[in-house]
Design a protein around this ligand. Structure first.
Ligand code: GLC
Length: 940
């Protein structure tokens, strides 16, 4: 059988073709929907090639398998060609069904009805391919599947007249790229020599679920990307020149709040994001520069900010891509995103943007809605929700710099609770360690090998048939005994609890939940039954107060087993084999208290948020004076108050290692400082080198945990051979040595909302060259972490010195370079295997780098690391100062606050200069003098 470029085609009836938009100047009569049979038009490619050189990763293995139904447009190219040497093409697709196999979208080049070749996505294999009559060839990954939403493929064709037409075709299948950046187009570029007069666009799948919504062909960029809907790179006039806000309020000095004129203020729902009660709300008198316009068009509601093109955008939560968010479009609808296959949705939603102006001043915008929504940062800031979403306020924040802006975000949306110190230690996880003897073995290995670690994690295999709040009687007959064992070895434990209990009469969680009518309902009022790990499951409706109470109460017996921390996973919620991998948007939540009944589309994004809030309440109810630790996969803006988050199921690839830095940075810039990736990558086997690089950098993430999927090779630091083990030990030793500094950063974050991990542009916000730097990052304001693989990095100007801790490792292939900022004092602790070895006040070395004026200062926060006594004064904050003297420096403790204040404390001083390190020792409550010797290379 001959394989056509595409598939067997069948005419689609009424699949949304009516909206085709074309440039007025051109004759569009040629454009028609046609049916073509497979095989009838197969031709051979005579000449022409695609540039495959950039494609190392994907190989050339998969074959094209599609053979189903297409939607087709034929476009006569001649009228366009007459008018321009270059034409631009884009099309939008809607209602893609991600679960349908054999789906395809692409573009074919034709001559007199003969297909010369085609380029497009095969969504089944997830590859972007070049199709020719003899088969197909992979030319890249196809990240264009956007989960039933809107998808844009853009192409540019440059013609060069010769005897025959020569042309170059550029195709960009990526949804979120900056379409104005010509460099991005190299993704699929080929030069061809053909006569051709026809283009054909196709998309299809066996269930005929796709719609070609808009097809545009233009001879200039600008008109190409002027869409009425958000995927465009340009915003339509209707949206741009829309109505000024209705009610506009001043909430605080630099905080305003706006509503649409058409907003029904009575119906504005409870805010999940906003934690602050504004006391002096007044009508906004002045006309601020940062002001939205509101519109309703195309069945959606839009909020638009016409921001200057020079502004840089950050935030928007856990999105994929680089640090700078300009040019991105993402959907806020929490999504189980295995291997990050879907480009435009992630596990958490933070409808918030940070803007940084060229002069370094910053602004922030909160779109205070939990509804499914999207943000488009291609031309200003465009935010939209479905037309039937309830109206919501938009908050604007103005700040003198990005750091201050984050603090304001913390003041408004809430800050993290002070975490238990062990949660800042390194953690070891896998899906799953079982039986209990294996858990013990892992614990023993860490201690024998002297690789520091605080926590061992228990994934779903500990449960009895994946029933939450149960233990497998054979694998884990004595969970309490296991936890006791871990405690004696200086480990804490974290156990997983998923949201959805098994649908099974006789199972106590199901029975007790059914008794209080706890489950989310279908639109017909039945209990919604989905499928997750245990098979059929029901889903607690956490919008109902009695359900949250019921959920919290479940932790009583569970924590009685000596459980230290709780891991809430799958809480987007993920539902297997369901459309969009979650429950239907019209499922019903019944609410209660401040929450009105509403559809799932309204509460979806806070399903995880409400779950972890209830988990945390359960933990505090059980042990009011123990700082709870909850890790969540899904969350929402403001949810940092209830738990830490990790970035879900990444892959063991270089790309995801590199991705982890901008992803964690942007989460940090969205109010969630306590986050991190699965070190080593979750999906697949890490190579020894990848793991070594990953843990060497991962040791500096706020949340630092190795994790890997079911069935992969072992991913413990020692499982990859000696070199990787050594690299891991070194990196983790440094994390633990930096614990006093890290713990202080967490305390800062808890107090004032600052980020723990920050982009380097925070150090110098008006230095434009730093704005997109996302290979390196900062911990707090004084430490820059430069991964070994980072190349051509942009660093802030000023004094920075190598901070070498542990040994001189210049030859090491994996360790990050640490740079300490001039003017800072960083407290460094001693080597420990676990934070359990620490007391409240511990031995320290003060690492000092002077600034240009010969001065430095630094702060250290200390407390028990466990309970809430610090709220009653049981802590100490020490402020250290250093100053240049004749031939040396003098170091003092300037001020102490808190009941743990001391009047004698012997500390080591390590003064780092350009020539080496000089050491000193003494009582910091008096003055310590250090003479310049520059003798040493590292801090022991
Ligand atoms: C999900 C989680 C992953 C976990 C697995 C099994 O994929 O993201 O971390 O290991 O479920 O519970």
């Amino acid at each position: 059988m001959r394989l056509s470029l595409f598939f067997v085609l069948t005419v689609l009836v009424g699949a949304g073709f009516s909206d085709v938009i074309f440039e007025e100047n051109f004759d569009c009569r040629q454009i028609s929907q046609t049916a073509v049979k497979s095989g009838e038009n197969a031709v051979s490619v005579s000449k022409g090639s695609l540039d495959f050189s950039w494609l190392e990763e994907t190989g050339n293995k998969l074959l094209h398998k599609g053979n189903d139904v297409d939607a087709v447009w034929d476009v006569d190219i001649e009228p366009y060609r007459k008018n321009s040497k270059t034409i631009y093409i884009s099309f939008l697709l809607r209602n893609l069904n991600p679960d349908v196999k054999h789906s395809f979208a692409g573009l074919g080049i034709y001559n007199n009805g003969n297909e010369l070749f085609g380029i497009g996505n095969d969504f089944e294999s997830n590859y972007f391919k070049y199709y020719y009559s003899g088969g197909s060839r992979i030319i890249g990954k196809a990240p264009t599947l956007v989960d039933g939403e809107v998808h844009l493929i853009a192409a540019r064709i440059d013609f060069r007249k010769g005897k025959k037409d020569k042309f170059t075709i550029w195709l960009d299948p990526l949804v979120r790229r900056d379409l104005n950046d010509q460099n991005e187009w190299k993704i699929a570029r080929g030069e061809f020599e053909f006569d051709f007069n026809e283009l054909r666009f196709r998309a299809g799948d066996e269930n005929n679920k796709w719609e070609f919504d808009e097809l545009k062909i233009a001879t200039d960029w600008d008109s190409l990307f002027e869409y009425d809907n958000s995927p465009g790179g340009k915003v339509s006039k209707a949206i741009k020149n829309a109505e000024l806000p209705g009610r506009s309020e001043k909430l605080d000095k630099d905080v305003n709040r706006f509503y649409a004129k058409y907003a029904d203020l009575e119906q504005v729902p409870f805010s999940f994001a906003i934690a602050k009660e504004f006391e002096n709300v007044s009508r906004l008198q002045e006309t601020p520069g940062l002001r939205p316009v509101f519109s309703k068009t195309n069945g959606r509601k839009y909020v638009y900010f016409d921001t200057p093109a020079e502004d840089d955008f950050y935030g928007i939560g856990e999105a994929q891509g680089g640090l700078k968010r300009n040019g991105y479009r993402i959907v806020f609808y929490n999504r189980d995103n295995y291997n990050y296959r879907i480009p435009d949705k992630m596990y958490q939603s933070h409808p918030w943007v940070m803007g940084v102006r060229p002069d370094g001043t910053a602004y922030g915008i909160i779109f205070d809605t939990t509804w499914k929504s999207e943000i488009d940062l291609r031309a200003g800031i465009l935010f939209s929700v479905p037309g039937d979403a309830l109206d919501f306020p938009v908050y604007t924040l103005e700040a003198k710099n990005p750091s201050r802006l984050l603090e304001m975000l913390g003041e408004i949306t809430g800050k993290i609770d002070m975490p238990p110190r062990w949660a800042i230690g390194y953690q070891q996880c896998r899906y799953s360690y079982y039986p209990d003897s294996r858990v013990r073995e892992i614990a023993r290995e860490f201690r024998q090998r002297q690789i520091p670690c605080d926590v061992i994690w228990l994934d779903i295999h500990y449960m009895d048939g994946y029933r939450i709040f149960t233990f497998d009687p054979e694998r884990f007959p004595n969970p309490k005994g296991l936890n006791d064992y871990l405690h004696t070895k200086g480990f804490k434990n974290v156990w997983m609890i998923d949201p959805a209990p098994k649908y099974e009469e006789g199972y106590s969680v199901y029975d007790s939940g059914s008794e209080i009518d706890a489950w989310v309902k279908t639109k017909d009022g039945e209990d919604y039954i989905g499928k997750v790990w245990p098979g059929k499951t029901v889903f607690p409706d956490y919008t109902i107060p009695r359900v949250r109470k019921w959920w919290a109460d479940h932790y009583q017996d569970f924590l009685d087993q000596g459980v230290d921390g709780v891991w809430n996973d799958m809480n987007e919620p993920a539902v297997f084999e369901a459309k969009g991998h979650t429950m239907p948007p019209d499922n019903i939540h019944r609410g209660g208290g401040k929450l009105k009944p509403g559809k799932h589309i309204q509460y979806h994004n806070v399903y995880g948020y409400l779950m972890i809030k209830a988990t945390r309440e359960g933990m505090l109810q059980y042990a009011p004076n123990k700082r709870p630790f909850v890790l969540s996969r899904a969350n929402f803006l403001g949810g940092q108050r209830f738990g830490a988050t990790w970035t879900g199921d990444n892959g063991s690839t270089w790309a995801h290692l590199e991705q982890s830095i901008p992803m964690s940075l942007n989460l940090s810039l969205s109010g969630q400082p306590f986050n991190g990736p699965d070190i080593g990558g979750f999906v697949g086997d890490a190579t020894p080198q990848l793991y070594a690089h990953w843990i060497s950098a991962g040791a500096y993430f706020p949340f630092s945990r190795s994790h890997t999927a079911n069935g992969t090779k072992n991913h413990e630091p020692w499982s990859f051979g000696e070199e990787t083990e050594k690299a891991s030990r070194r990196a983790l030793n440094k994390r633990y040595r930096l614990m006093p500094y890290l713990y202080t950063l967490f305390w800062h974050s808890h107090k004032n909302g600052s980020a723990v991990m920050k982009p380097v542009f925070f150090a110098d916000p008006d230095d434009k060259s730093l704005r997109a730097e996302d290979q390196v990052f900062m911990l707090g304001d004084n430490l820059i972490v430069i991964p070994k693989w980072a190349e051509d990095v942009n660093l802030p100007e000023g004094v920075f010195r190598d901070l070498e801790i542990g040994d001189n490792e210049k030859w090491d292939k994996y360790q990050c370079k640490l740079l300490q900022k001039g003017g800072s004092i960083i407290p460094v602790g001693e080597k420990v295997q676990s934070t359990e070895e620490l007391g409240a006040v511990n031995p320290i070395t003060l690492s000092i780098v002077l600034d240009e004026n010969g001065k430095a200062s630094g702060r250290l926060y200390e407390d028990s690391g466990k309970g809430y006594e610090f709220k009653e004064g049981e802590f100490v904050v020490s402020n250290f100062k250093a100053e240049r003297t004749d031939g040396g420096i003098s170091v003092t403790c300037d001020k102490q606050v808190g009941e743990f204040a001391y009047d004698k404390r012997f500390v080591k001083i390590a003064w780092i200069t350009e020539n080496g390190i000089s050491f000193g020792y003494g009582d910091i409550c008096k003055e310590i003098e250090v003479m310049k010797t520059d003798k040493f290379e590292y801090i022991e």
